[in-house]
Design a protein around this ligand. Structure first.
Ligand code: GAP
Length: 477
């Protein structure tokens, strides 16, 4: 967000709907809580996030390969992974208003902590906790609620046919460890990366897409020699922070949350969350965990198949340890939208002039108008450039603009717009974050130059039309 005009979530949600980034899932039937649909611009944004991640984590490296495993897996996978037994959240109901909440969140919001019962396992509400909706001190004791969506495979809906929609993509990687090892020429240390949907029946989906019931993960399992866990963990935290900077999330609003020894799972030696300052608080984008040999060890035990690495040099055979950077596409998309969103005042005439941050509640200065702009990094912007013929009733202008547009769209998502005054066309592109506006005018017909307008500074320069593609490529790089 800009320093001077903090964006409200309301404004961002409204822009997302108005311009076709994100819609409520099943909206025409009244919506379905926790599910979101990405419109024409939202799906381009997500595609850019996925592609940037894949380039950095797989394509530009020698030591990581990709995978695309099935969403539905054998139910034993989820027993081995610990999800059947332990992938639960504590749920409470309000006896008064009948609403349902996550007990740990309710307590945290009220500055309290969930307590453990005498057996050390059951959870108890602390005294004084109230319903966050109606304020009554009428909450039930917490009950464990498994977050996995259950379904049946095949026509018979009995217990032997039960399986689950995957709550994370990681298990597909562990289950294919040996397939990948024996078919690609990977040598330890090496990673397997996967992008795909995951499903969690969250008790309380909230903060727009931040906590949804269907979402997308980008996960890397990086297999290492036991004993090198700390150095690889540090390496991946640093790599991932660099990546966030490269897509336009500045260091200043990213943080690391380092897990204390009492917060770590028993098998993990380190865990760091990368968090971002959302308008609704600083929250997790990605978790990076050093998980030891837990996952492969469990699948080895449950499947009865050895999941080991044989080192031809040392002649050792061992179960590799793993470092797991696990990020959410939807959360990154939301962070990018929050980061890019600005309300500004800009000079009315489309002559060069500096935009300035809007001052809410103050009257617009003379000669200025308000604009909303998404200052996406060009590599992330859903549309890279827009081509405008200056006037729509001049066939020669329209034809040259159309020709330029058709050549550019071979390489990138590009818009073509001939409706309305040129200033209004710029505004429409500003609002969806298109970094470059290209105007074809009468001078173009004489010397084949066009004007390029920069979204952020609104500066315009004249360049030969033949240079436009190179300039877009340079901006995206
Ligand atoms: N395999 C490890 C794992 O799944 P996680 O912290 O539960 O770890 C990883 O999830 C990432 O997936 C999170 O950092 C977040 O970006 C995303 N994520 C998890 N639950 C989500 C939800 N309900 N809605 C949106 N994104 C979610």
């Amino acid at each position: 967000m800009s320093e001077s005009s903090p964006a409200s979530m309301e404004a961002i949600v409204s822009l997302c709907k108005r311009r076709g980034f994100i819609f409520q899932g099943s909206e025409i039937y009244g919506g379905l809580n926790g599910f979101w649909d990405y419109g024409p611009l939202g799906c381009e944004l997500k595609r850019n996030i996925r592609e940037a991640w894949w380039r950095a984590v797989v394509q530009r490296r020698d030591d990581v390969v990709g995978l695309d495993s099935a969403i539905i897996m054998h139910p034993r996978v989820w027993e081995a992974s610990g999800h059947v037994e332990g992938f639960t959240d504590p749920m409470v109901d309000c006896r008064c208003c009948r609403r349902r909440f996550r007990a740990d969140q309710v307590c945290e919001e009220q500055g309290l902590k969930l307590e453990r019962g005498l057996d050390g396992r059951t959870l108890k509400l602390p005294a004084g906790v109230r319903c966050p909706a109606c304020g009554a001190a009428e909450l039930t004791e917490p009950r464990s609620f498994n977050l996995m969506f259950k379904t049946f495979v095949g026509p018979v809906e009995d217990s032997s046919a039960v399986t689950y929609l995957r709550p994370e993509t990681a298990q597909g990687i562990f289950a294919n460890f040996d397939n990948v090892l024996s078919t690609s020429r990977v040598k330890i240390p090496f990673g397997i990366a996967q992008i795909g949907k995951a499903f969690r029946n969250e008790i309380n989906p909230r903060n727009f897409t931040f906590r949804s019931r269907e979402f997308e993960q980008m996960e890397l399992e990086f297999f290492i020699r036991p004993g090198t866990d700390a150095e690889w963990h540090e390496y991946w935290v640093a790599e991932r922070l660099k990546w966030y900077a490269s897509i336009g999330l500045p260091e200043g609003r990213l943080h690391r949350y380092v897990y204390g020894p009492d917060e770590l799972a028993h098998y993990a030696s380190a865990c760091v969350d990368i968090t971002y300052e959302f308008p609704f608080g600083t929250q997790e984008l990605e978790g990076i965990a050093a998980r030891g040999a837990f996952d492969l060890g469990r699948h080895q035990e449950f499947s009865g198949k050895p999941l080991q690495y044989f080192d031809p040099e040392t002649r050792e055979r061992f179960v590799p340890h793993v470092v797991e950077p696990s990020a959410g596409v939807d959360r990154i998309a939301l962070a990018l939208l929050c980061e890019a969103y600005r309300e500004e005042w800009v000079p009315t005439a489309d002559v060069p002039g500096e935009p300035r941050p809007a001052e809410p509640g103050q009257p617009l200065p003379e000669g200025y108008e308000a604009r909303t702009v998404l200052r996406f990094a060009p590599c992330i912007a859903p549309v890279k450039a827009a081509v405008f013929p200056l006037l729509k009733n001049k066939p020669a202008l329209v034809a040259r603009a159309r020709e330029l547009y058709e050549s550019l769209r071979e390489r990138w998502p590009v818009f073509y717009d001939l409706q309305g005054a040129i200033g209004r066309r710029y505004r429409r592109q500003d609002e969806i974050g298109t970094p470059i506006g290209i105007t074809v005018d009468f001078q173009t017909l004489e010397d084949d130059t066009v004007t390029l307008r920069d979204r952020d500074t609104m500066q315009q320069i004249r360049v030969p039309a033949a240079e436009v593609a190179d300039r877009i490529a340079a901006a995206i790089r």
